[in-house]
Write a protein that binds this ligand. Structure first.
Ligand code: AHM
Ligand code: MG
Length: 335
């Protein structure tokens, strides 16, 4: 039972028995993500102060190599999960291929693989706008004790056992689900503890926010153009407003609280859209559904798509259920 003022650590322990396979491994995994998120948060918060901005490969005034924050975040999450021997494999948006973790005993007896976008929306960092981390957790499908294979990662989203994000915003939050609703925890930076601040988060069934990069309008499929025009129709006094941060985690987070739809469709330039199925869309889809919302590629449920590639892209329509269904209606009718 969610209690306000409960710390994330207490919450994880108290809810461990809810997990289907409650050996404590998944709890330790969430705990590691919590820890890594604190380290990344510390660095992200200092981004304007220290000489860290810039491109990987540049040298700062002290002559040290500059490290881009997304490269830093990637290392922190991978090192934290690897050193604690909690998972048997990791796939990251920042890595070409998946990483096999054998552990000190050279065995692979951990059950979970993690797929992660360590710092999504990182082009926003240089302008002090919120960014996020997105993660997705699956049980491996290959036998325990053997090295992971691509099959452990190419699972449809419905197999996810946990998913979540961290938003490094005006405050830092972890929002996650293990299939029993969505809970949000806010970091108290003074003492380094996350507290349950948003228990049992729910997408309003309807909303008035649409989030889409309208700069790409001319390249959008007709269905998306029609949906946007529907939202903008003056004579019918539609209540819609447009909000687009360009940082998926932040746009999703706002829409979940206020009610809205996020769309990154296929375009004539990018026929599969821009967002990645495994690190971005699947985890957000699980969160959306657990919060009573919906996620599709315009026609099909995101979580039922069988992935064929690690870095696969997919069109993404996600948010309040009635808004996503309306957008799908326009997609269907324009076919
Ligand atoms: P990234 O993984 O390179 O950061 O790209 C993902 C981001 C999302 O956070 C955001 O919603 C989208 O790209 C914005 O794209 P665009 O600038 O094309 O609107
Ligand atoms: Mg990304």
């Amino acid at each position: 039972m969610a209690k306000i003022n409960q710390s994330l650590g207490e919450f994880i322990i108290e809810n461990q028995s809810e997990f289907k396979y409650s050996s404590g491994e998944l709890s330790r995994l969430i705990n590691s993500i919590r820890l890594a998120a604190k380290v990344v948060n510390h660095k992200v918060n200092k981004a304007g102060l220290v000489d860290i901005l810039g491109t990987a490969g540049d040298t700062n005034i002290q002559g040290e190599d500059q490290q881009k924050l997304d490269v830093f975040a990637n290392e922190v999450f991978i090192n934290t999960l690897t050193n604690r021997e909690i998972v048997c494999g990791i796939a990251s948006e920042e890595e070409d291929d998946f990483i096999t973790i054998t552990g000190r005993n050279e065995k692979n007896d951990n059950k979970y693989v993690v797929l992660i976008d360590p710092l999504d929306g990182s082009s926003n960092i240089d302008v002090n706008v919120s960014v996020g981390t997105i993660f997705s957790v699956f049980r491996r499908v290959t036998p325990s004790g053997t090295p992971v294979t691509i099959d452990d990662f190419l699972q449809p989203g419905i197999n996810q056992v946990a998913a979540g994000y961290i938003v490094y915003g005006t405050s830092t939050m972890i929002v996650y689900t293990t299939g029993h609703g969505v809970n949000g925890f806010t970091l108290n930076p003074a003492i380094g503890t996350y507290y349950l601040s948003h228990p049992n988060m729910k997408f309003p069934e309807d909303g008035n926010i649409y989030s889409v990069n309208e700069g790409n309008y001319v390249h959008f499929p007709q269905g998306v153009k029609d949906y946007i025009k529907y939202c903008q129709k003056e004579e019918e006094d539609r209540p819609y407003t447009s909000r687009y941060i360009g940082s998926l985690v932040s746009d999703f987070h706002r829409n979940m609280i206020k009610g809205g739809i996020y769309i990154y469709p296929n375009t004539s330039k990018d026929p599969n859209g821009k967002l990645r199925l495994l690190y971005e869309c699947n985890p957000m889809a699980m969160l959306a559904e657990q919060a009573g919302g919906k996620a599709s590629d315009g026609f099909n449920r995101i979580m039922e798509i069988q992935p064929t590639q690690l870095h696969q892209r997919v069109p993404f329509f996600c948010g309040s259920i009635n808004m996503v269904e309306k957008a799908e209606e326009f997609m269907k009718n324009s076919k």
